[in-house]
Design a protein around this ligand. Structure first.
Ligand SMILES: C[S@@+](CC[C@H](N)C(=O)[O-])C[C@H]1O[C@@H](n2cnc3c(N)ncnc32)[C@H](O)[C@@H]1O
Length: 218
């Protein structure tokens, strides 16, 4: 059975203290974690002095790779304890408790990134989550999602067998074709997909500037 949003919050509150240490030797579905972050940073190819929102920022692993680009980093996370850990490491970031569904930010951004978080959004809330992301991007903005994802239902089965006891049966990892379609339906174009690890894919997409919505932030 899928984990509820409340259970997800509790899980990450419990994990916050030891998260960085545990990820030093990432295994199971997170195998290749650091390499995936590094490849995604290259894919993003961020311009200098940009304003970025990291959704599900955790302890700041992805955004901290951008320290040489003078990026203004905003971060939201469902877990208060992850936000506390991130604040300790990165007092210069603008951090808040917030989620894909209720971002809790009144700004717009050049970039939105999210690493290893999107699969935590319940499947029936994913389309709205992407729409919220699109609404929070400035015209010309870009979205980068890096996550545990699979190319097809067969690839999910193969991954499940390979990962064995470390497979998380309380989660639902996105299928690329389904997510690609959802991106197109929520105001994104030019989705560029790349496999970054054995079970990881990243997608970089542009906000479709032709679409205007009645967002309160515009
Ligand atoms: C596996 S950790 C990844 C953290 C960090 N981005 C990284 O790459 O190390 C997933 C993070 O997403 C957060 N999270 C889970 N569901 C979320 C949601 N719906 N909205 C925002 N954050 C969420 C968790 O609290 C946790 O910090």
């Amino acid at each position: 059975m899928l984990r509820s949003t409340k259970e997800t919050k509790e899980l990450f509150n419990q994990w916050a203290q030891s998260y960085d240490q545990d990820l030093e030797n990432a295994s199971g579905p997170l195998l290749g974690y650091e390499q995936s972050l590094a490849i995604s940073k290259e894919l993003l190819s961020i311009k200098k002095n940009a304003k970025l929102l990291d959704i599900g920022i955790g302890t700041g692993a992805f955004s901290s790779l951008l320290s040489e680009t003078d990026t203004e980093v905003w971060g939201i996370d469902i877990s208060e304890d992850m936000v506390i850990q991130c604040e300790k490491k990165h007092p210069e970031y603008y951090l808040k408790v917030g989620t894909f569904s209720e971002p809790n930010v009144d700004q717009t951004f050049d970039y939105i990134v999210s690493s290893f978080c999107f699969h935590e959004v319940l499947p029936d809330q994913r389309k709205q989550a992407l729409q919220n992301g699109s609404d929070l991007l400035k015209s010309g903005g870009k979205l980068l999602l890096l996550d545990i994802m699979f190319a097809s239902k067969q690839a999910v089965q193969d991954g499940k067998e390979a990962i064995g006891e470390y497979w998380d049966s309380t989660g639902d990892y996105p299928i690329i074709g389904e997510l690609d379609a959802m991106l197109r339906e929520t105001g994104f174009i030019n989705a560029h997909w790349i496999q970054t690890g054995p079970y990881h894919w990243a997608v970089l997409a542009d906000k479709n500037n032709e679409i205007t919505r009645n967002s309160p932030l515009k």
